[in-house]
Each structure stands twice: as C-alpha cells, then as structure tokens.
Design a protein around this ligand. Structure first.
Ligand code: FAD
Length: 221
C-alpha cells in the first residue's frame, strides 16, 4: 500500500471511529428538557444554578473532577449534554423525571469511584445527575443513627461521627473518598459486609412518585 493510501486508510478509520462514538440528539428535546427542570423542582432553591451545559466555563472541570476512568479524556468519549449539580433533593427528582420524559439517559454520580465509568460515561445522549453538593450529615447520638446525603464521602461521615463521639464508628471501607450514594446503594465490595447490615433506610426518587423511602433494602441478612 502506498504511503498516501495508507494515510488515507488510517484517517478514514479514525473519522469512522469518532463519528460512531459521538452521541447526537435533537436540540429541541434538549430545550424541552431544560424547560422541564424548573417545573418539577422546589422553587425555594432555584435549579438554574445547578444546571451546567457545555457553554458553562466550569462544565469540563466539573465533569472531569470526580471521574476515575481516564477514558473521559479521549475525544472519542461522548460527553454529557448537561450536568445537574443538584442543590436540593427536588433537583434530583426533576432530573429523573425530565431525563426520562425527553429521552436522555440519566447517569447518577456521587463519589465518581466507578472505574467502569457507569456514573459518567455513556454511548447515548445522557445527563449526569451529580450529587456532590448534597452532602449534609445529621447525627443523632441518642438513637445512634445518622442521616447522610448521597454526595457526602465516607471520610466525611467518619469525621462527623468522630466529632460527636470517641467510641462510635461506621466501618464501611478503607477509602475515604467513596461517595455515600454509590457505596451504600450496592457498590461496596462486599454485599454481606458490615456496611450492608447497618444501612437501614434509603430514600430514592423515581419518575412516578415523590421521593420515597426504601426500608432495609440492603440488609445483609
Ligand atoms: C479506589 C477505590 C477504593 C474503594 N474502596 C472500597 C472499600 O474500601 N470498601 C468497599 O466496600 N468498596 C470500595 N470500593 C468500591 C466502591 O464502594 C464502589 O465503587 C462504589 O460504587 C463507589 O461509589 P461512588 O459513589 O464513589 O461512585 P459513583 O461512580 O458515583 O457511583 C457508582 C455507581 O453507583 C451509582 N450511583 C451513585 N450515586 C447514586 C445515587 N445517589 N443513587 C443511585 N445510584 C447511584 C452510579 O450511577 C454508579 O453506577 C472502592 C472503589 C475504588 C475505586
């Protein structure tokens, strides 16, 4: 094969590869998605400040900051059409409802430790629901329980407990940057671990209902 033909062949393969991995979508659907969000979220905390599109200066850094799979740095890896950095639980609910309604896949990211990239990579047009702003931790020493939002990390939980008590702890892994959302909802390394025994109540949001409680979903017994 001559050099020019060979170069042409390589370029063709590259272009073909790039095109086949780019996820395209209808801008009309995207506009409808954006308009849908405020209609389904609590107005006391505007969702406008939580929406990042590629036009925002912080879009790329937000996308890359909590992504452990370096595939995101490849130009062939499709990026999300938007990132919803939820500031209120209702923003998560709005993202679920509106993504489903307008045909965008939803990827939920808490700590971003999924090495396969399930929380931030997709081959179809997708939206990331990023939970890192929702990280409140309320500890009740009387009942020895804690309410922890999905965006908190395991390290933040350990630290909060240590601030309240010298004798209490919550053994759930050695890595302190795991997101509570992905770790507690089933990502932890052992399904029968101490962690699974201790998580008793999770709240979830779906496209049909308001935020609902799931009792003892991950009890290891
Ligand atoms: C470096 C490293 C160290 C680890 N150490 C330990 C350890 O010590 N002990 C242990 O048991 N496990 C450990 N793990 C496994 C870890 O618990 C899982 O990878 C876990 O899923 C990470 O959760 P995340 O929120 O950080 O990740 P993410 O990438 O944000 O999420 C992981 C998965 O959960 C989904 N998800 C995230 N948040 C939510 C949410 N709010 N609602 C619904 N779905 C959600 C995502 O879509 C994705 O599918 C480790 C993993 C890594 C990479």
């Amino acid at each position: 094969m001559k050099a020019s033909s060979y170069t042409c062949f390589i370029v063709s393969i590259f272009v073909l590869f790039s095109i086949s991995s780019a996820a395209s979508y209808d801008p009309v659907d995207f506009d409808a998605f954006l308009q849908c969000l405020p209609q389904h979220s609590d107005h006391t905390v505007s969702i406008a400040g939580a929406i990042l599109t590629p036009n925002n200066a912080s879009f790329l850094s937000t996308y890359q900051l909590r992504a452990n799979n370096l595939r995101i740095l490849l130009s062939a890896t499709s990026r999300p059409v938007a990132i919803i950095t939820a500031l209120h639980p209702s923003h998560a609910q709005a993202a679920v409802i509106c993504a489903k309604r307008h045909g965008f896949q939803l990827r939920i990211r808490s700590g971003g430790h999924d090495y396969e990239g399930l929380s931030y990579i997709s081959d179809v047009p997708f939206v990331i629901l990023d939970m890192f702003n929702l990280k409140s931790i309320d500890i009740d020493m009387k009942t020895e329980t804690a309410w922890v939002q999905a965006g908190a990390t395991t390290g933040e939980l350990y630290y909060s407990i240590a601030q309240k008590s010298d004798v209490h702890g919550f053994p759930s892994g050695v890595c302190t940057t795991l997101g509570i959302g992905g770790h507690f909802s089933g990502g932890s390394s052992s399904r029968q671990s101490v962690l699974q025994d201790q998580v008793r109540l999770l709240q979830s949001s779906d496209s049909q209902t308001r935020v609902r409680d799931l009792m003892a979903s991950f009890d290891g017994h």
